[in-house]
Design a protein around this ligand. Structure first.
Ligand code: PEP
Ligand code: MN
Length: 297
């Protein structure tokens, strides 16, 4: 389901930006409007930002079930987990496939949370739609046009990750494929891009988040786990994401990150996740105000 609401004032700059850049029409229509994508009973793009959490890969029933209840207890509203894993090496764990989808569905039902999971090919669309509440198109498949077209024919909410080397325009054009097919339930996800700097796994492009919020009515969430690859700075970057206007964050959490079958270095422990949630609730740092001007602020 998709709702639309108008933000306080229509931003004239947004209209001009969209026109000047020759943006795809469906994603950039109605500047000044915001779409809400409903995933089950969870609105993404409304007043409150959402937190989506769960393991990188589905490994076992116990692992997913424990994680689902732990993150729910801290306030997460959706569960993530991968059953089809896009791995750089064919020798790495590729995911449990349908068995993983079943585990994720069961955990979502038990913990009463909608689930989001990645599918990688057209062939998996039917199965993905059967089990999941939201389908993730991963960074590596952002321009898998056959997949995007097929997902455009479903009514499923789609989490469309930005390709690691995709421009904002390419990312929005990928979203356009899904909308063009008739499915308006698209949430964009910034997950870091490749730059000259290799001090982190990727470079989190928060300016692009603020920019796409101007250019499109679609909700935007941020994945600080894949963007940074580094557990210790995930809370800080998650908070920064909300500060620039993200509609939510998606983070990886694992009962024992050191034993994770994928992405352990960036996975939060349950305690880390509790700290992150507490941190997201505290105000952003105060600005020092020059005393002479304090009255007029
Ligand atoms: C993931 O979410 O586990 C994942 C592989 O993400 P990305 O496509 O952003 O690399
Ligand atoms: Mn991962």
């Amino acid at each position: 389901m998709l709702d639309t609401w108008t933000i306080g004032k229509t931003n004239g700059n947004a209209v001009n930006t969209a026109k000047a850049k020759g943006l795809p029409p469906l994603v950039s229509r109605d500047p000044g409007k915001r779409s809400i994508v409903w995933v089950g009973n969870i609105p993404i793009g409304g007043d409150g930002a959402v937190v989506i959490a769960g393991p990188c890969s589905v490994e076992s029933r116990e692992q997913v079930m424990d994680t689902a209840f732990a993150v729910k207890q801290c306030g997460a509203v959706m569960l993530r987990g991968g059953a089809y894993k896009p791995r750089t090496s064919p020798y790495d764990f590729q995911g449990l496939g349908e068995a993983g989808l079943k585990i994720l569905r069961e955990a979502g039902d038990e913990a009463d949370m909608p689930i989001v999971t990645e599918i990688m090919s057209e062939e998996d669309v039917e199965l993905g739609c059967e089990y999941a509440d939201m389908i993730q198109v991963g960074a590596r498949n952002m321009q898998n046009f056959a997949l995007l077209k097929k997902l455009g024919k479903t009514g499923k909410p789609i989490l469309l990750k930005r390709g690691a080397s995709a421009t904002v325009k390419e990312w929005l054009s990928a979203a356009e494929y899904i909308l063009h097919g008739g499915n308006e339930n698209v949430v964009l996800c910034e997950r870091g891009i490749k730059t000259f700097d290799n001090s982190l796994r990727n470079t989190l492009d928060l300016a692009a988040v603020a920019l796409v919020k101007e250019m499109t009515h679609l909700p935007v969430v941020v994945d600080p786990s894949h963007a940074t690859g580094k557990r210790s700075i995930i809370a800080a970057t998650a908070k920064a994401a909300l500060a620039v206007g993200a509609d939510g964050i998606i983070v990886e959490v694992h009962p024992e990150p050191e034993k994770a079958w994928s992405d352990g270095e960036q996975s939060l422990t349950f305690d880390n996740f509790a700290d992150l949630m507490a941190n997201l609730r505290t105000p952003i740092r105060q600005v020092q105000i020059c005393p002479e001007f304090a009255v007029s602020m």
